[in-house]
Design a protein. Structure first.
Length: 540
């Protein structure tokens, strides 16, 4: 590494909003040397992404950056978009957090990667096609030639992220900015993406800036780290120094934010609540244009499990393993073969009208609360919606009282009832989703990736909240997640799935400490390599 290729000095970012000015970044200094990897870490709202959006000249229209951003000695602040285009997409490239929203759903993969080559390098379409194929092979896309004509929705999450990396690398940048590039990916895919970026960095000699809230990734990939809170850098230094001897209280908080504790199993005499025997879910693909016969995907294949009152079964596996499909099948939200029984009553052949009274006792909390909460309803209307359906005789005053009670249980203030979902943080929105499920006083809750998109400190809070609610109300959870650190803290039993089948299941401690199957060992190895050591205990 030589001198800095990217220097940020006294950077301020301000946004003009209807409620006044928001000072998102406050006098930040940082630098990146050629070939170096730095990480900028902090919780949502810390300003870390706004720094790099300022570098790229991609701030929202109501935002303004002041200070200095120098790339290879050239000042970027104040340049026109046309002047900036000499750098961004060519020597400065960025991988965004969510590839499904960053990729154009109407454009084929070849076009999306090839257009920057045509624009910046003047390549012909034929030459660009050859280069796109090379890039897809470089980032490890299987059957790369077949993927040229694919649309984003036809790829898995890991493949879409690889496409984003290929787009960023197309013009061989000097600095690659990766904004939460592995947040929603399975641990094995995370490990593959991180290894890919390391290999590409060594091959191409580029610098990398990781923006993340995941300290496991920082420990895994970075040379130096900047810790941000409230728009300011609280601490920076070599990764080992920060992890082993953190100085600032906020850094210590982040390092100790792993979910802790273990879940005891329910007593042997606890009543059986929900049973599934030999469940199968098969999806038939539509007949092809050439009249070929339909293909069938066996998403869940001969799966059996049982849950007693107060028990938490954690279901883990990679994307496409069938874990979410299993959860929805058990709630009769998908057609399924096999037997599913609630309190001994077979639900398999019940029609939706007969099932309706049971829905209040069988609730679900989804992965993305922003997507599952209606933007047009207030929090009070969202949480009270189930009461209108299942307890229609309740008066408005009693319904509001129940909503307030549910909000109190998830540690939200009753005054939030009249606000809308977009006015809350991710963690607060997830608490609203939990309140919506709890207001009906269920006995069973399906938790489908409820913490995957949250900061570690917020994850820890949500885990503690769910455990307290479970103990208070004798709730039974089916907890679906790819985050094994959270599963270890939440579940007393773990089921490992792969390709629709159960690979291994048993008590949580046994699965984590003495896994029997190679696939389970591979999942654990990938996860534990990314889980940071709790440095708070070593800090003095």
């Amino acid at each position: 590494m030589t001198g800095p290729i990217l220097e940020v000095h006294d950077l301020h970012v301000r946004f003009q909003t209807p409620d006044g000015e928001v000072h998102a970044v406050r006098g930040v200094d940082l630098e990146v040397a050629k070939g170096e990897t730095i990480a900028v870490v902090g919780e949502s709202g810390s300003g870390k992404s706004q720094i790099m959006l300022s570098v790229m000249g991609l701030l929202a229209s109501n935002g303004r950056a002041t200070g200095s951003v120098r790339f290879d000695g050239n000042e970027l602040i104040g340049l026109s978009p046309k002047a900036l285009n000499r750098y961004r997409g060519v020597r400065l490239a960025m991988i965004f957090q969510e590839p499904m929203t960053s990729l154009d759903p109407l454009q084929r993969i070849e076009t999306q990667i090839g257009d920057p080559l045509v624009f910046h390098q003047g390549m012909s379409r034929a030459a660009a096609r050859t280069r796109v194929l090379e890039l897809l092979e470089l980032v490890g896309i299987p059957r790369a030639k077949d993927r040229l004509t694919a649309y984003p929705h036809e790829l898995s999450g890991g493949q879409r992220q690889r496409v984003m990396i290929a787009m960023a690398l197309a013009n061989r940048p000097d600095v690659l900015i990766a904004d939460e590039p592995t947040t929603a990916l399975d641990v094995t895919i995370q490990a593959q993406i991180l290894q890919l970026l390391r290999d590409l960095q060594q091959r191409l000699g580029m610098a990398i800036v990781f923006i993340t809230h995941d300290l496991g990734i920082v420990r895994h990939v970075a040379d130096r780290v900047y810790v941000m809170q409230g728009g300011e850098v609280r601490e920076h230094g070599r990764v080992r120094e920060i992890f082993e001897h953190p100085r600032h209280a906020y850094t210590k908080l982040l390092l100790s934010a792993e979910p802790e504790g273990t879940k005891r199993p329910p007593p042997p005499g606890a009543p059986m609540l929900l049973e599934a025997k030999q469940v199968e879910v098969v999806f038939e693909l539509p007949k092809g244009l050439l009249g070929r016969s339909k293909e069938a995907i066996r998403a869940v294949d001969d799966v059996s499990l049982s849950l007693r009152e107060g028990q938490t079964v954690g279901v883990v596996g990679e994307s496409g393993s069938g874990k979410s499909t299993l959860g929805r099948a058990m709630l009769r939200l998908l057609p399924a073969a096999g037997r599913i029984a609630y309190l001994g009553r077979d639900l398999t052949d019940l029609d939706q009208e007969t099932l309706r009274p049971l829905r209040r006792e069988l609730q679900v909390v989804f992965q993305d609360p922003f997507g599952s909460l209606s933007p047009r309803l207030t929090v009070g209307e969202i949480v009270g919606e189930g009461l209108r359906v299942h307890e229609a005789a309740l008066g408005a005053a009693e319904r509001d009282r129940r909503v307030v009670e549910a909000l109190n249980e998830v540690q939200l203030e009753p005054r939030f009832m009249r606000r809308f979902p977009h006015e809350f943080s991710g963690g607060q929105r997830q608490r609203i989703a939990i309140a919506r499920a709890l207001v009906l006083r269920p006995r069973f809750v399906l938790l489908d990736e409820p913490t995957s998109a949250l900061d570690r400190t917020i994850q820890k809070q949500i885990v503690e909240l769910l455990r307290a609610l479970q103990q208070q109300h004798k709730l039974t959870y089916l907890f679906i997640s790819h985050d094994l650190a959270v599963v270890r803290a939440m579940a007393d039993t773990v089921m490992v799935m792969q390709n629709g089948k159960v690979v291994e299941q048993g008590p949580t401690q046994r699965i984590f400490e003495e896994p029997q199957e190679d696939y389970t060992r591979a999942l654990l190895a990938a996860a534990l390599d990314l889980i940071p050591v709790n440095a708070a205990a070593t800090a003095s």
